[in-house]
Design a protein around this ligand. Structure first.
Ligand code: KIV
Length: 297
């Protein structure tokens, strides 16, 4: 199948993203949560792999990101780390892990980097998180910001809605982005906001913007892997383009396996092991093997 090969085969790093923005390259980001998905995503040439706290929605079945723990993110990041070679690996800081104090946040971020093998961490929030982003960067941790619809604020926001639809809230988003850049973030996720505002932000910061439901003007696009593969159970948002219905593909394969077992079509001789003729003779056992039977007759 023909597809566009990654433009840059070399390892992606946090600083290299800014150079990519300057060159006008359109990079790609996807989530991954385990070794096989990480390997497939990395080998497909995706530039950034995020162990997102969307883990809570698409893998752990929590229904939202609120219950996701640091231990869960660390464990999944370790698995993803083993499958990623080229992409930049970013791990999400889950809800509650950076809300109590800057020192607590530094401890969590260090765990994601040292134990998980992440090269950067992501946290939600704009202007009010800028001092924390600055502190993490001072501790040599690369930080990705995340503004607009921030799913960890679902209870405060009262649902998942488009953000920045009034002049006032749009201005606040632009301010958030500038504050994060100023604080030292190397990139910013812009989630579910009008494309015009994402464009203003993308043009007014020198670090790359990573859009999800924020239109085509962002420097980089991200989707949740299970959404674009059709491996979800809920209605997906309008910005999700589903490239395959993996749920259907899997259901079909699993049903065919069950059918083969029930009818005796699985396993065949080729899918099992026969007893060598000498051992069969010594044990006075008839072999199942068609070839041995033919040899005998
Ligand atoms: O948790 C996640 O997967 C994310 C992306 C949607 C950006 O934050």
């Amino acid at each position: 199948m023909a597809y566009l090969k990654p433009q840059r085969p070399e390892k992606v790093t946090a600083p290299s993203l800014r150079a990519s923005k300057e060159r006008g390259e359109r990079l790609v980001c996807l989530t991954a949560y385990d070794y096989p998905t990480a390997r497939v995503v990395d080998e497909a040439g995706i530039d950034i792999i995020l162990v997102g706290d969307s883990l809570g929605n698409v893998v752990l079945g929590y229904g939202n990101t609120i219950p996701v723990t640091v231990d869960e993110i660390v464990s999944h990041t370790r698995a993803v780390r083993r499958g990623v070679h080229r992409a930049l690996l970013v791990a999400d800081m889950p809800y509650g892990s950076y809300h109590t104090s800057a020192d607590d946040a530094v401890r969590v971020a260090l765990r994601l980097v040292k134990e998980g093998g992440a090269e950067a961490v992501k946290l939600e929030g704009g202007l009010r998180r800028a001092p924390l982003v600055k502190r993490l960067v001072e501790e040599e941790i690369a930080v990705m910001g995340h503004i607009g619809l921030t799913p960890q604020s679902v209870n405060k926001l009262g649902g998942y809605r488009v953000q920045g639809k009034t002049a006032e809230t749009a201005r606040a988003l632009i301010e958030d982005a500038r504050a994060l850049e100023e604080a030292g973030a190397f990139a910013i996720v812009l989630e579910v906001m009008p494309r015009e505002i994402a464009r203003v932000i993308t043009e007014s910061v020198s670090i790359p913007t990573i859009g999800i439901g924020a239109g085509g003007h962002c420097d980089i696009q991200v989707l949740v892997l299970h959404d674009m593969l059709g491996l979800t159970f809920d209605k997906t948002a309008r910005f999700v383009r589903q490239y395959v219905n993996l749920r259907e593909v899997m259901t079909d394969a699993i049903s065919r396996f069950a059918e083969d077992v029930r009818t005796g079509a699985y396993p065949s001789e080729a899918e099992s092991y026969g007893l060598p003729a000498e051992a069969a003779a010594e044990l006075k056992l008839e072999t199942d093997n068609k070839k041995s039977k033919l040899e005998k007759s």
